[in-house]
Write a protein that binds this ligand. Structure first.
Ligand code: MG
Length: 386
């Protein structure tokens, strides 16, 4: 059995209402998904995290390296892709293209062997994970937190007990918004903040100190990801745990982040940092250094299922009778691609999500929905849905 066909789909969903955060405004969601088909007709799905059309070009570039390879030998395929690209793409979108293919290969491998991805990873240490709601983006430049109350009520009614909000609008505005949200979700809920590297060390330090009293679970990407040493310095200046890594790639990048003692929590995006093959290695690094790993997710339910299987396989260190729940990022912003593309849909019960016990990632793509959202297939523009 060999990999016979690789198809790319650039999908777009226009939002009913745009939203913004510290860096830019979203008016649409766009993503590149990939379907890898083997010579026996079985297939797997993957997705990359990054600009969809650049991801697509990257996958086109990687196709000839991957076609003809054995889909059960994911590490061999990964290494072949890496060797052909390492001179110019150790970090960045081409690594995300590799990640998308790698994930599709894991899904395919699971389907061929009739085993869930979590079993292929080594087994599930837990059958459920606790999603935290990523939301509280900003809707209105004159009244940024306009929808906070509505959103908080909705997420609480859905059973969420942990929340992540955006900061990075300026220290004064951030402190006001953090206080508002803490009041809305109550003292029992977990609250994390994410500035998407909007601040200097001095500003991040000031903001940390001003919001420490609101019991912040972590401060995500306080500073530009290039400044490993400034992250380390910030860690010594605040009691808030520091998180980062969604802009980091491969075990080599995470090794640098960990060696510099830059963060308390690493957040690889498995759809960008090297796929599941590399996530397993990044997880081993985190384990060897006593660092928590809570992957970043942003995309369709393909990426969310990747995180579900991966998190179920993270070893609990230290061992103890009463383990805290393992958290999984669950974006709640408007995204038809996340809601409609795959089946069965994700169900949350009592604030938890089950890790699927079905072959591969445990989902399939609804081809009719796929067609509806497809803007480009295999590099050819099919529709102008926007
Ligand atoms: Mg983030």
């Amino acid at each position: 059995m060999v990999i016979e066909k690789i198809e790319t789909f650039v999908l777009k969903d226009k939002l009913s209402q745009s939203f913004f955060f510290s860096q830019w405004e979203y008016a649409e969601r766009a993503i590149c998904v990939v379907k890898v088909t083997a010579s026996n007709g079985q297939y797997g799905w993957g997705e990359g995290y990054g600009p969809a059309e650049i991801l697509e070009s990257g996958i086109e570039f990687l196709k000839p390296i991957v076609i003809g390879e054995n889909p059960l030998e994911n590490e061999v395929v990964w290494n072949k892709m890496y060797r052909k690209t390492a001179d110019f793409a150790r970090r960045g979108v081409l690594m995300a293209s590799m990640s998308a293919i790698d994930i599709a290969i894991w899904d395919l491998k699971g389907k061929v062997l009739n085993l869930p991805v979590s079993t292929l990873l080594g087994g599930s240490h837990r059958n459920q994970v606790q999603p935290y709601a990523t939301g509280f983006y900003y809707m209105d430049h004159d009244n940024p937190a306009r929808d906070f109350e509505k959103e908080a009520k909705l997420y609480l009614s859905q059973g969420f007990k942990a929340f992540k909000m955006k900061v990075g609008l300026g220290i004064e505005a951030d402190v006001k918004n953090v206080k508002l949200l803490r009041d809305l979700i109550g003292p029992e809920s977990k609250l994390m903040v994410d500035s998407n590297h909007a601040y200097t060390l001095r500003e991040a330090t000031e903001l940390s100190r001003k919001i420490e009293k609101y019991d912040i679970g972590w401060f995500e990407e306080p500073i530009s990801p290039e400044f490993y040493d400034q992250y380390s310095e910030l860690k010594t200046k605040t009691t808030i745990p520091i998180a980062g890594g969604e802009c980091e790639y491969t075990r080599f990048g995470f090794n640098q982040l960990i060696k510099n003692k830059s963060v308390d929590i690493i957040q690889p995006d498995i759809c960008a940092s090297g796929g599941l093959t590399e996530a397993k290695r990044i997880g081993a690094l985190a384990s060897a250094n006593g660092i928590d790993i809570i992957p970043h997710t942003w995309g369709t339910a393909i990426g969310i299922h990747v995180a579900l299987h991966f998190i179920s396989n993270i070893e609990s260190i230290p061992g103890r009778m009463y383990q805290p729940n393992f958290l999984m990022e669950y974006d709640q912003t408007e995204n038809g691609l996340r809601e409609n593309l795959t089946f069965p849909s994700i169900e949350m019960k009592d604030g938890m999500i089950d890790v699927p016990n079905r072959p591969g990632l445990g989902i399939d793509v609804d081809e009719e929905v796929l067609e509806r959202y497809t803007y480009k297939k295999n590099g050819i523009v099919l529709s102008s849905i926007l």
